[in-house]
Design a protein around this ligand. Structure first.
Ligand code: HEC
Length: 101
């Protein structure tokens, strides 16, 4: 099962910053709003993809962290998470938490 954590790009769970460090970053809501246009194409509601508005930031951050490390397996969201730096994840989490579902 541990082998499954190593993905095609060669990034293993150990290469991803620990979740504690991520949770300590204060997200910039305005920056998160700017970045969110990358997410709403898929997460805008109406389909089977879960909406992001109103998600608690801890939930959002742990979900993104788990996609990045491969703990949570989804090829699409892995690609999305791999492209995001810690400050970007923190900003997105801060923004979506302020959104009304
Ligand atoms: C190409 C489509 C697509 C894009 C773009 C996308 N997502 Fe996703 N996202 C998905 C799908 C599909 C799932 C469900 C994956 C699963 O089953 O785990 C998902 C799941 C998630 C979840 C878990 C939701 C939950 O309720 O557990 C989070 C958090 C998330 N995405 C955040 C983001 C953020 C933040 C962005 C923008 C930076 C983004 N996504 C961009 C398709 C997308």
């Amino acid at each position: 099962m541990m082998l499954a954590l190593v993905c095609a790009t060669g990034v293993s769970a150990e290469d991803v910053a620990p979740i504690d460090a991520l949770l300590e970053i204060e997200g910039d809501v305005a920056y998160g709003e700017y970045l969110a246009t990358e997410c709403t194409a898929c997460h805008g509601g109406g389909g089977r993809i879960p909406p992001l508005a109103g998600l608690p930031r801890e939930y959002m951050l742990s979900a993104l962290h788990d996609y990045k490390s491969g703990v949570r397996e989804n090829a699409t969201m892995k690609n999305v998470a791999m492209a995001l730096g810690d400050d970007e994840m923190a900003a997105l989490a801060a923004f979506f938490e302020t959104e009304t579902p």
